[in-house]
Design a protein around this ligand. Structure first.
Ligand SMILES: NC(=O)c1cc2c(N)ncc(C(N)=O)c2s1
Length: 316
């Protein structure tokens, strides 16, 4: 009979691997029943042997920490907002500004998830802090709540002294519909949309409530790609996936803005084809060195722009 600490370690590895397969690779390996059985055994063993409990154990995903308030935390680098483009003219203008500064350019186009931006910090491979965007400079520290989101790894899969990740926390449409049904049955006020529901869920003082909200997370940026010798945005996305993050697979690379414009037109028709809300696309210069050359204006990167889908006629 392996000793308890070996059994606990084995359970943690199996559970985190199952999370990665399900949320990182979208290829589940365990059934829900098998997964729950492992998690229940881990929680039981950690209760019987608290000396083996560690903060990065997957048992912490069920929450249980009740914050009094959310401490403020200053971001390592400001989370700037994106300039917006609403039509082909705006995108052509963006491309002209880019090409005035860099010669050959390639664009990556990613889905703009309608959630809220969340910054994550890992030290020696462990998630040590997570924060909301706040005003871009200072956010709210909501680490305990973020640990309940299986798509956010508690430990990185590859060695990294320090890693700062940006991504979007969101509530899948299915979770939103189920939550509002429960609230309606309980006579509670309904959430207007998945974005509000995600914001409310991430800012719960009781992380057990966050754990029940079935939130998701798509990682899309690292702060210092040069450190990891990541030369392009597509290399950053591959790296994030290797590290165990859930990375949205719907991204395209184009070498001409006309192709980006055509893709934006296609996506207006497909915007409801996903199990989560999107409100546009994010177009970025792919090459990291060119992003550095282009730099930032006072409020936004020069190397990226958000294409916003046209407002829809609300059925009255
Ligand atoms: N405000 C921002 O910088 C961004 C906001 C978002 C968003 N809501 N969804 C996806 C991305 C992305 N894939 O880069 C970005 S970037």
């Amino acid at each position: 009979m392996p000793d308890v600490s070996q059994r606990i370690e084995a359970l943690r590895e199996q559970i985190e691997e199952a999370n990665y397969q399900y949320y990182g690779l979208d290829q589940p390996t365990l059934s829900d029943a098998e997964y729950d059985a492992l998690l229940q055994e881990l929680i039981r063993l950690e209760k019987e042997h608290p000396e083996f409990l560690t903060p990065d154990s997957p048992s912490q995903r069920v929450g249980g920490y009740i914050a009094k308030e959310f401490p403020k935390v200053r971001h390592a680098e400001a989370l700037l907002s994106l300039d917006n483009a609403f039509d082909a003219g705006d995108l052509l203008e963006f491309d002209r500004r880019v090409r005035a500064l860099v010669a050959e350019v390639e664009y990556v186009v990613e889905l703009k998830i309608d959630g809220l931006t969340v910054a994550l910090t890992y030290e020696d491979g462990a998630l040590v802090r997570g924060a909301t965007r706040g005003d871009g400079e200072v956010g709210e520290e909501i680490t305990a709540n973020l640990k309940t989101i299986p798509a956010i790894p508690l430990r990185l899969r590859k060695q990294a002294d320090r890693l700062d990740v940006r991504g979007e926390g969101y509530m899948p449409k299915g979770s939103f519909l189920r939550l509002n049904q429960e609230r309606e049955e309980a006579g509670q006020p309904l959430f207007a949309n998945p974005r509000n529901a995600a914001a409310g869920s991430l800012r719960q003082l009781d992380s057990r409530i966050t754990a029940q909200r079935k939130l998701g997370y798509f990682a899309y940026q690292v702060l210092t790609p040069e450190e990891g010798e990541l030369a392009s945005q597509t290399a950053v996305l591959d790296y994030l996936k290797e590290q165990g993050f859930s990375v949205n697979p719907e991204y395209r690379v184009f070498s001409a803005i006309e192709e980006v414009i055509a893709y934006c037109g296609e996506m207006v028709e497909k915007r409801h084809n996903y199990p989560y809300d999107i409100d546009g696309l994010v177009i970025k210069v792919n090459d990291i060195a060119q992003q550095r050359e282009l730099g930032f204006t006072a409020k936004s990167p020069r190397w990226a722009i958000a294409y916003k889908f046209p407002a829809e006629q609300v059925e009255t």
